[in-house]
Design a protein around this ligand. Structure first.
Ligand code: ACO
Length: 311
């Protein structure tokens, strides 16, 4: 049974009226948003690590400038998202602490390594491609600050996806060795990219309520299907092969049939057992600890200013 407040809230959602920070909202709505936006922000921040690793090794000055800009964009996305979450009554420091002590999740994909330059192309093409597929509908999410953050983020993500596709295209059209590297990157990153959309709908604990609240617009499986349908022709254009023997156009559904990722591996990565989980967390913890003196210095300065004003 809904209370009158809850019923009025649901009416607004159903009428596509945005919810703003000062509006009444159910506690579950607030908590779900903090969880999802927080996880999203952490993904942007941790997501800098696999690519940041290659800034110093980019093959040309132009590629280096592009990658540097892209990684900086990801930091910016993390900051808009933390700001959006802060409007729900949590601080960025609290969210950071939740990430660093393992209470908050971040996207499974960033626990996989980037072994060579072809992987940087595949990350832009597939990982940013999957990210946009999920984020374009989120521009219409019911919470105002989150939906507005998504508009700018999506514009930047589409540039990221193109730069990745451009790297893979150069390699796919390059020497036999480069072509092999591009195919190998696709082989390794395909299934982890499919996992980004979350567990299959039957195992998605939050989807039903999140969709009723229009926090989520599509189910995990709907977006995964759209991603496969979009990406297969892109791979064909490059002359690369999606590593799935069961991939087949299904005329009736108007989409591809494809193999599910290994869900055992997915849940294992979520538990902290992916190839890079420990390394990613160690890097973020070190950055936080190394920055303590800056935070303390800023606080001391603010305190001094405040005391001077009072005097
Ligand atoms: N990586 C890590 N955790 C995941 C992933 C994933 N790929 N997919 C699902 N999960 C977690 C959920 O957070 C949830 O865990 P929790 O209950 O402990 O919080 C659990 O698995 C169950 O999944 P769902 O019930 O399906 O969870 P939810 O409704 O939150 O859907 C989704 C997951 C689709 C990722 C959703 O949270 C979302 O759309 N988030 C915003 C987009 C985002 O975070 N993108 C990050 C990657 S893109 C990038 O940064 C470049």
């Amino acid at each position: 049974e809904m209370t009158p407040d809850e019923a009025a809230f649901q009416d607004k959602i159903d009428a596509d009226i945005k919810i703003e920070p000062r509006d009444w909202m159910p506690e579950g709505y607030r908590k779900t948003l903090i969880r999802q936006i927080g996880q999203h922000a952490h993904s942007e921040i941790v997501g800098q690590l696999p690519e940041g690793n290659w800034i110093t090794r980019a093959p040309t000055l132009e590629r280096k400038a592009i990658l540097l800009a892209k990684v900086q964009d990801e930091a910016g996305h993390g900051l808009y998202l933390y700001s959006a979450a802060e409007t729900l009554g949590i601080t960025r420091d609290e969210m950071t602490e939740q990430l660093l002590d393992g209470r908050a999740k971040y996207s499974s994909i960033f626990n996989y390594p980037t072994l060579n330059w072809a992987d940087i192309g595949a990350v832009g093409w597939l990982v940013d491609g999957a990210a946009i597929m999920n984020q374009v509908p989120l521009q219409r999410t019911s919470y105002g600050p989150y939906s507005r953050a998504m508009i700018r983020i999506c514009k930047e993500e589409s540039f990221h996806q193109r730069q990745g596709y451009d790297i893979v295209m150069k390699m796919a059209q390059g020497s036999p060795e480069q072509r092999k590297m591009a195919q190998d990157a696709l082989n390794r990153l395909w299934y982890p990219s499919l996992m980004m959309f979350g567990p299959s709908d039957k195992d998605s604990v939050h989807s039903a309520q999140s969709m009723a609240w229009k926090i989520k617009i599509n189910t995990n499986d709907e977006l995964r299907q759209k991603f496969v349908d979009q990406t297969v022709p892109q791979a064909e254009f490059l002359g690369l092969t999606i590593p799935d023997e069961n991939l087949k156009w299904n005329e009736e559904k108007g989409g591809y049939d494809f193999s599910e990722p290994d869900w055992g591996e997915f849940f294992d990565v979520l538990k902290g057992n992916g190839p890079c989980n420990q390394d990613r967390m160690a890097t973020r913890n070190k950055a936080w600890d190394d920055g303590a003196w800056v935070r303390e210095g800023l606080m001391a300065h603010a305190e001094k200013k405040r005391a001077a004003k009072l005097a």
